[in-house]
Design a protein around this ligand. Structure first.
Ligand code: HEC
Ligand SMILES: [Cu+2]
Length: 327
């Protein structure tokens, strides 16, 4: 039975269904899957007992026409009363205890040894990730495979919920409170996530990506993030012009580019060119999409907290080239 259920679940592969909760890629997601299977087995047992009793009552023990009604035993048989009280209590305990244990395992009081602790700040409608060594990322979380990860979840505004289905369950992100989520991702890959608590107009557009990297890839990514922006080569005239457009624009009040601007209302753009998506996973990071985004963010993402900026075409092209050069 267990094998049959496991096989059925394995059939629900993650190919083409990246938001499936049935393709665990972390210890936490695996524990949750084990809970699914256990609860389903207990449910099946209850179902079989109830249906069997029902069928027996209907066809075997029912009164025939002309027969007198049988004597009732209700509330006179103490043994029966105890049995059908204790039975459900035991089954509920078999479900409750492992469930509560899994919840506690996902947020141990002390971080596991060697854990990488990352601060996650949820904003309307994007995600900020701050690493202990000073590295920063937006909307794309990079973590090393097979190393304990401890996320400290904070909100800059309203309640959000952090959810990467293949890496574990949802965890609410509540203003004025730090919630934790601890897990070990064990398969290299990219796993999409989504805010799972309604948080306003662009809630559905508050996505992100989690890249589970090999230790070497993670170390390289981390070094690149820490290194500050890549200097724009003098040969790249368009991008150099764009750097000037950026420095003289209102963009600087909201966006940080290390060494150039100090804004913090929107995502840090120091390494914007190295991201695969923009605006919290809503668009692929291509020059055309970046231009569209700058011209009219609300068109792409209703409610987005970034004003449209009407720049003459050549200036816009230069600005986009500059942003894309920030690897
Ligand atoms: C009032 C503050 C504000 C100003 C001014 C502003 N932005 Fe933004 N920007 C934001 C916010 C907030 C976001 C996140 C929006 C979201 O995803 O919901 C954002 C997102 C972005 C992104 C996507 C980043 C990512 O990693 O997904 C880019 C690129 C960007 N802004 C470029 C610019 C440029 C270029 C300018 C100047 C022309 C500018 N912004 C002006 C607030 C601002
Ligand atoms: Cu949300």
């Amino acid at each position: 039975m267990r094998v049959a259920i496991a096989l059925t679940i394995a059939g629900c592969s993650d190919k083409g269904r990246p938001m499936t909760t049935l393709a665990p890629k972390s210890d936490l997601a695996q524990w949750i899957q084990n809970l699914y299977i256990d609860v389903t087995l207990w449910d099946a047992l209850v179902f079989i007992i109830v249906v069997t009793a029902f069928v027996l009552a209907l066809f075997v023990f029912s009164t025939r026409v002309g027969e007198a009604a049988p004597a009732t035993t209700a509330s006179s048989d103490l043994g029966l009363e105890i049995a059908w009280t204790l039975g459900p209590v035991l089954i509920l305990l078999m479900i409750t205890i492992p469930t509560i244990r899994t919840i506690f395992r996902s947020q141990p009081a002390v971080a596991p040894t060697g854990a990488l602790e990352i601060k996650v700040v949820a904003h309307q409608w994007w995600w900020e990730f701050d690493y202990p060594d000073g590295a920063k990322a937006s909307n794309e979380l990079h973590i090393p495979v097979n190393r304990p990860i401890r996320l400290s979840l904070e909100s800059a505004d309203v309640i959000h919920s952090f959810w990467v289905p293949q890496l574990g369950g949802k965890r609410d992100v509540v203003p004025g409170q730090i919630n934790e989520l601890t897990f070990i991702a064990n398969v290299v890959g990219m796993y999409p996530g989504q805010c799972a608590e309604f948080c306003g107009l662009s809630h559905a557009n508050m996505r992100f990506r989690t890249f589970v990297d090999s230790p070497d890839d993670f170390a390289k990514w981390d070094r690149d993030q820490l290194a500050g922006p890549v200097a724009t080569p003098a040969s790249d005239q368009l991008a150099s012009d764009g750097a000037k457009v950026f420095a003289d624009s209102p963009c600087t009040t909201c966006h940080m580019i290390q060494g150039i601007s100090k804004g913090y209302i929107g995502p840090d753009l120091t390494h914007f060119g190295s991201r695969t998506t923009l605006a919290a996973g809503v668009l692929k990071n291509t020059p055309e999409n970046v231009a569209k985004w700058i011209e009219d963010p609300q068109e792409i993402k209703p409610g987005a907290n970034m004003p449209p900026l009407l720049l003459p075409g050549p200036k816009l092209d230069a600005l986009v080239a500059y942003l894309e050069s920030l690897k």
